[in-house]
Design a protein around this ligand. Structure first.
Ligand code: ADP
Ligand code: MG
Length: 319
């Protein structure tokens, strides 16, 4: 690289880290969890060609690299505090680095996250963030707590990111306005941090939807050893997706499209009104989409209450 590795780290990835005892520049950072909390730690990698295209806007890629990790904190009900960034770059392209780090830090700042370390090497573009958050141990939102009778909820709307991809793959044609909205969902997901924190002590289980609703709800069902009934017509979808909903593609986007980064969670029925007021307070739609039942299966019903059979499953890198 023309710029030295250390200049690069200094210029693009070193910002103040007032809440770490020690940040970037030593062999390791030093962190202290605040009293009464445990650390929530998670790691997510974005690989060129798998998670994004080589021509991806670097600012948006910086945003998304952190956003997908923040989404895991939201799903645990954790307050994000610190992150590390391991990055492999084909070259030290200053313009690219400037935009990437601006996108990364804009979202970091919004959520009070400090970048406290990382690793920088030359290689095919690859981005890996480790995120560290805090949560009072008993209130962490696990996948394993769903109870029979609980309502199943999702935040925001489903399937727009997948619809943007479908457009790009030539499977449908969106209007300019529709495409802009769906691409925003794909490239600029908003991690539901405030919601995750508001769900502490309310949700019985939670997960973020990264591989599609059915796949991720499936993880809750497996961990909690329960089944689910989901009402297809209750799924929160945009008007663009509604236009496709009579076709298989539309249903696929909502049920198994990846990259939503909304939360799917369960809560006892008694919490219903409380959840609606959280939705109002956060200005974020929360929609009940079904209920937890005995068994292990997830059954999707259509309007008539008939179970529908869909050849749909979530995204799996090895299938
Ligand atoms: P080491 O050789 O001990 O692994 P490095 O030379 O890789 O140390 O890194 C020097 C410092 O810069 C460390 O504190 C490391 O955490 C930090 N760092 C390296 N790459 C990044 C990056 N992309 N973003 C933030 N910090 C980084
Ligand atoms: Mg290193």
């Amino acid at each position: 690289m023309s710029m030295s590795e250390f200049d690069l780290i200094q210029r693009f990835f070193t910002r103040a880290t007032p809440s770490a005892l020690l940040g970037v520049g030593d062999d390791a950072a030093l962190l202290q969890a605040s009293e009464g909390n445990v650390l929530a730690v998670s790691c997510d990698m974005l690989v060129n060609g798998t998670h994004f295209f080589a021509d991806a806007d670097p600012y948006l890629l910086g945003h998304k690299t952190l956003a997908v990790n923040l989404s895991d904190m939201a799903a645990m009900g954790a307050t994000p505090r610190w992150a590390t960034l391991a990055i492999a770059l084909p070259s030290a392209d200053e313009e690219w680095l400037k935009k990437f780090s601006d996108g990364f830090f804009a979202l970091a700042q919004l959520h009070g996250v400090e970048l406290i370390g990382g690793d920088t090497t030359r290689g095919p573009l690859n981005l890996c963030v480790t995120i560290i958050g805090e949560v009072p141990a008993p209130q962490a939102l696990r996948r394993s707590g769903a109870q029979i009778g609980d309502e199943i909820w999702v935040s925001g709307s489903l399937g727009d990111a997948a619809l943007a991809l479908a457009h790009r793959q030539g499977l449908t044609v969106l209007s300019g306005i529709e495409l802009a909205a769906c691409e925003k969902a794909l490239h600029q997901p908003q991690p539901r941090i405030a919601l995750g924190m508001a769900l502490r002590g309310i949700a019985s289980s939670a997960i973020d939807i990264s591989d599609g609703l059915l796949a991720d709800l499936g993880h809750i069902l497996e961990s909690s050893q329960v089944g689910a009934q989901v009402d297809l017509l209750s799924l929160p979808i945009s008007t663009s997706l509604r236009r496709h909903f009579s076709q298989l593609l539309g249903k696929q986007c909502a049920l198994s499209g990846g990259d939503d980064y909304e939360l799917c969670f369960t809560a006892p029925r008694e919490r219903h009104t409380e959840l609606l007021s959280i939705a109002a307070k956060l200005d974020l739609p929360l929609t009940p989409i079904g209920k937890i039942v005995a068994g292990r299966e997830c059954i999707v019903h259509d309007g008539s209450g008939k179970p529908i059979k869909l050849e749909i499953s979530g995204y799996d890198h090895f299938r």
